[in-house]
Design a protein around this ligand. Sequence first.
Ligand code: CP
Ligand code: NVA
Length: 312
Amino acid sequence: MDFLSFREVAPSQIREIIDLGFKLKEERKKRIFTPYLENRTLAMIFEKSSTRTRVSFEVGIKELGGYGIFLSSRDIQLGRGEPLRDTARVLSRMVDMVMIRTYGHDRLEEFARYSSIPVINGLTDLCHPVQLLADLMTMIEYKKFNWDDPKTTKVAYVGDGNNMAHSWAVLAGKLGFELRIATPPEYQIDPQIREIAEKFARESGAKLLFTEDPEEAVRGANVVTTDTWISMGQEEEKEERVAKFKKYQVNHRLLKLAEEGAILLHCLPAYRGYEVTEELFEEFAKVIFDEAENRLHAQKGLMVWIGNQSWK
Ligand code: CP
Ligand code: NVA
């Protein structure tokens, strides 16, 4: 059982993962660490930088009684050109689970194809589903999402039509909540992802809106979210992007249009003065760092869930 994107996961399975995340969060508060993954080893391959993903997976597997191995592509033979498929086959003989953060989603898929052990997406250029598990947990904690009434959730995503926007679109389509995505015309989400999200939305009844107007997206929303304008690998486009995204900054003026009591989410790292203002970020620091912490709980839930599916 892999976890590559929300496309392959049923809403009931997403709920099982989140429920497990909450259970483990409660146990951890009491310092109860049940070894659900005793002696299981997780290899974590990073072809891009990371703070949250690395720490949450490494601490998570340790707290579950297992062991995490951090593999930077700078240090392993993969970075010197050893084929992915060989790396996948070697790791399959030595560890129990792999998390990989890479560029093209096709690299993740190739890795998963050649692995005989579960593979988890730790972010690709296409999507970042483990982040959205934490975001969903946070929305539930702040009473912005209810499994029995998903239509009361109205999320506004303002900024780049990137991996985060893609994961929001597919998750909204799957779970049936309302999502408005505002991007500059040149930075809309991938049309194929939009098609997939719209197909799921037809089944779940989710409302999806794609607009160039941030105000249209935020008006009446109860969750507002954004992400960097310059994702990893796009550093050279910085100047051009900053110019084109200027009117997509999430600030007090924009947030005023949201519903009273709306929350601001940010997957982090946050670039103040660009996608979000310093003042607004600090105003919502509590929820944003709760969201960051939930990476740990949600991914522990995910690893236990995958373990239950894979090692009966
Ligand atoms: N949000 C997130 O994935 O953070 P890192 O890049 O620090 O892992
Ligand atoms: N869109 C960002 C997310 C970082 C967690 C990136 O891919 O760099």
